[in-house]
Design a protein around this ligand. Structure first.
Ligand SMILES: Cc1cc2nc3c(=O)[nH]c(=O)nc-3n(C[C@H](O)[C@H](O)[C@H](O)COP(=O)(O)O)c2cc1C
Length: 230
């Protein structure tokens, strides 16, 4: 692989490997707590993510207390029952069999929040796209997810929780937005592909199906006359 980058070939390959080998992990966590220094590295990885106007809106609540995790888990169960009820037939049965969280199995949880009203960054980029504050926090989450993969730490994102319950349990003030609830812990191995694919819920789509040139084109629609002429 030729490159002009100041990364060695080994380093470059390692980055791509982390991207491809990252998984959403919901099972197989060992009980071993993550050492503080490791947790700090993961949070530092999140904290150095790009952010709109350099506002760094992300905030982190490390959740280890079993009582707090139990409360979150019961919020998950409630939301998951509701979610199940929205499906019918075979899809409902498939959904029922999915394992969609590891809140109690993972020894650490992490709630990632955003402060979208922060004055930091002086509004740069947010006058036109205020939602970029939340996007910035999503970038931080992805940084952490990738760093964790290289440390042998599984991360599972749980979005099946009513945010209002999350606010109550974690005492999140109204101006702060909960973006992700994550389960983190060491795992012995990572699956080679998404669990939802293995379980027949959804399939990954080929890269070529999501790329168009110059103008937006939905790959499921036939090309327009103008596009065909080009
Ligand atoms: C915003 C977001 C929310 C997600 N919420 C859940 C969730 O509630 N439960 C779950 O099991 N997985 C959740 N996932 C994980 C996805 O199911 C997973 O990323 C996808 O199936 C691809 O698998 P992979 O991450 O292993 O490549 C979430 C992922 C994202 C990005």
């Amino acid at each position: 692989m030729e490159s002009r980058a100041d990364f060695s070939e080994v380093e470059r390959k390692a980055v791509y490997r982390a991207l491809e080998a990252r998984r959403d992990v919901r099972r197989g966590f060992t009980a071993e707590p993550l050492p503080d220094a490791l947790m700090r590295r993961l949070l530092a990885a999140a904290h150095c993510a790009p952010s709109v106007g350099l506002m760094q809106p992300s905030r982190f609540v490390v959740v280890r207390d079993p009582a707090v995790r139990k409360a979150i888990h019961s919020a998950f169960q409630q939301a998951n029952q509701k979610a199940l009820a929205a499906y019918t037939g075979e899809r409902r049965e498939l959904y029922r069999g999915l394992k969609l969280e590891g809140i109690l199995e993972a020894p650490q949880n992490l709630c990632v929040l955003s402060d979208p009203q922060s004055e930091r960054g002086h509004g740069l980029g947010r006058q036109t796209m205020p939602e970029t504050a939340i996007y910035s926090t999503v970038c931080a989450i992805q940084n952490l997810w990738l760093a964790a993969r290289t440390e042998g730490v599984g991360v599972g994102w749980v979005s099946i929780i009513d945010p209002a319950r999350l606010r109550e349990i974690l005492r999140i003030p109204p101006a702060i937005v909960p973006v992700a609830y994550l389960c983190l812990g060491f795992v012995d191995s990572f699956a080679s592909g998404p669990e939802l694919e293995r379980q027949g819920w959804e399939k990954r789509i080929p890269l070529d199906d999501v790329i168009s040139q110059d103008f937006f084109h939905d790959p499921s629609q036939p090309h327009s006359v103008e596009e065909q002429a080009r």
